[in-house]
Structures are given as C-alpha cells and as structure tokens.
Write a protein that binds this ligand. Structure first.
Ligand code: KG4
Ligand code: ZN
Length: 342
C-alpha cells in the first residue's frame, strides 16, 4: 500500500506505506480517544477516556456536557498516546480525525485538535467517516482485504454495506427507524436497566430462554430493518407481567434472538446475492455475544467471518487511523466541517 499525501504548509508530499504511523483522534460521542497505528494494522497506542460514568446519572449522553468533557480530556489523552507509543509528532506520517456522523460539539473538539496537530507538524490531514472507521476496526491485527459484506450495528446506525474495494462502498440496506443499539438501550430501559443498557441486556439474555416468547419480525425491504415494532411488542410483554414476577432473562433472550436472527438472515441473503465470501461485523453492537456467535456460525456455511476484539468494537481511535490508512477519503481538505448525520 502506497499513498501520496500533501503536507499542509510546505506541500511536501508524504508517502503513506506499511511503515507509516498515523495518529488519529475520535470524539464523536462520549469517548475521547487517541491512537497511533502502524501500517493500518498494528496498534502502537490506544487511549480511551470514557464518559459513561458521567452520563449514567442522566440515562443517556447529554451533548453539551460531553463536549465540555472532551475539551477537558483531549490534551491529556493525546500526551498519553505519544508516551505509550514512544514517539513524537515528527515521527507521525499523517494526522486523522473523525469528521462525522456524531454530536457536532463533540466532533469539533477532536477535529480541531487533529487539524492543529497536522498544521503544527506540517503533516497531511485525513478526515474520516465514523462509520467507515467502525468497519476498518476489522483490519487491525488481521489480513482482511475487500471485497466483503459488512454488517454495521451501532447506537445510531444499522446498515448492510457492500465493500467492493477500498474506494467503493455501497449501503444496500439499513434501518428505517431505530438502530440496533438504540433498540437495545430502549428495551433495557423498559425493564429497568441503567444506561447504557445494551451490554447489560446481553448479559441477562445469556441466562434466559431465547424461545420463551415469539416476538414479531418487521416486514420491510429485502436488506432493510425496522426495530420500533419489536420495541413496542416488548413493552406490551413487560406490561402483561405487571404485578407478577417478570421473567426478565427470558424476555431479554427472546428479544436478542429476534434481533440477531433477523440481522444474520439478511446478511446471509446479501452474501448469496452478491456472491461474496467474507462477512465483517462492525460497530458498538458488534460486542453483542449472540450477534457475534451467529455471524461466526456463517463460517460453517463456508464464509470467512471477522469481528473486532471488544476494545475495537466500541468507539476508539485505532479504527479511525486504520480507516485513514486503507479507505480512500473524501475529507482530506483541512477546511472540512463536522457533520451530525449522513
Ligand atoms: O458504536 P458505538 O460505541 O457508538 C455509536 O457510534 O453509536 O455503539 C454504542 C452502542 C450502544 O447503544 C450500546 O448499548 C451498544 O452499542 N452495545 C451493545 C453491546 N455493547 C455495546 N448492545 C448490545 N449488546 C452488547 N454487548
Ligand atoms: Zn461508534
């Protein structure tokens, strides 16, 4: 892999190759993260300051508080990253930052820090799409190369993406209402679990009977999803147990079964339709035990499956560096503005 990028002041071209170090910053939601990655696959430092404890008491992320916390944390996180990698700014080939989608006030903090570093060290600036970055987490410590079908499941997105090459990606299906992570967090709240409920619901589901309750699967486009009806069905189920002992684990397991089987059935359909042999799980919900299991079960049908290790599933900056290295970006202009939605 060889890419030529221009520096910001001197216009002196920089070659990005397998020995290049990319420093990346991620601040799109409630994690302030910085990383240094060599050749797109080898992580030299991965630092994440999570704000989960701060937002827990509000039951969700408060954007204004999150932005202020990013400001508090960003310099410390960058210093720590340099320290852990044992390098300084002059050793970095390019600086990459998340442009969007995400919370605008939060993105501004990380992106301005990235631009400042690129300007200060006169190195190339690479703006990265957060969703591409989640997919790129799968390049870390693997030999993965396109083409592949990716299932991207996060707090804000649920998409099936056909990745034909490093420069050619196409969304072939997505949710028409709630994202999977959002559905998990809402259902978790219904049954009284604290924010963020997704991982907690997953834990309880593992103790329950996935076939205890038959929950409805939405009828939408071939590769599309809808989870709001399912959420309402769980609400009705929970209400039916008012004043009685609620079988929480069975409800969680049945919900998890419905979501995971729908997702994987549609992914299999896409693999068959496009005759792709590799499947790649991405996004915060890629940490989910049952979705991971069902994706890896596709290996029994002859497909090769990938999912990031846990710390690269949820928001981190290593995936941003990897995305900057592999995927061709449209955001390399330093004047690029942050954006909240795709
Ligand atoms: O990708 P991410 O870190 O942030 C976004 O870009 O949205 O994803 C966060 C989402 C949250 O909704 C969280 O509840 C969910 O991922 N999540 C899980 C699990 N771990 C994280 N959902 C279900 N099961 C899990 N194990
Ligand atoms: Zn994310």
């Amino acid at each position: 892999m060889n890419k030529i990028k221009n520096t910001l002041f001197s216009n002196k071209p920089v070659t990005i190759n397998n020995d290049s170090l990319i420093m990346a910053i991620e601040s799109s939601c409630d994690e302030t993260a910085c990383a240094i990655v060599k050749g797109g696959r080898e992580v030299l430092a991965n630092v994440v300051a999570s704000q989960i404890k701060i937002h827990e008491e509000y039951g969700g992320v408060i954007p204004e508080i999150a932005a202020r916390e990013h400001l508090e944390a960003i310099n410390v996180v960058i210093d720590e990253t340099f320290k852990q990698a044992g390098v300084n700014g002059n050793d970095i080939s390019a600086f990459a930052g998340t442009v969007g989608p995400g919370l605008v006030g939060c993105l501004l903090v990380g992106l301005n820090a990235t631009k400042t570093l690129a300007l200060a060290y006169d190195k190339p600036f690479i703006g990265v799409n957060h969703l591409n970055a989640h997919i790129a987490a799968n390049f870390i410590d693997t030999n993965l190369e396109p083409p592949f079908i990716s299932l991207l499941v996060s707090g804000g997105h649920t998409q099936i993406i056909k990745v034909s090459s490093y420069s050619d990606m196409e969304i072939i299906g997505e949710t028409i209402d709630d994202a999977v992570g959002e559905a998990y967090d809402k259902v978790a709240r219904l049954i009284g679990l604290p924010y963020p409920g997704g991982p907690k619901l997953d834990k309880l589901a593992q103790e329950g009977n996935p076939f205890a309750f038959k929950l409805p699967e939405a009828k939408v486009g071939e590769y599309d999803f809808s989870f709001s009806g399912l959420k309402t069905a769980v609400l009705r189920l929970v209400k039916s147990f008012e004043g009685k002992d609620m079988p929480v684990n069975d409800i969680c397991a049945s919900f998890q079964e419905c979501v995971s089987s729908t997702l994987v059935r549609k992914v299999r359909k896409a693999l068959e339709a496009y005759n792709y042999k590799q499947v790649v799980l991405a996004g915060g919900v890629a940490a989910n035990s049952e979705i991971r299991k069902k994706i890896f079960d596709l290996e029994k049908e002859g497909y090769r499956a990938y999912a990031p290790i846990m710390k690269y599933c949820t928001d981190n900056a290593s995936m941003v560096a990897s995305s900057a290295f592999f995927f061709d970006n449209t955001f390399d202009n330093v004047n690029v503005e942050v954006f909240s939605r795709v």
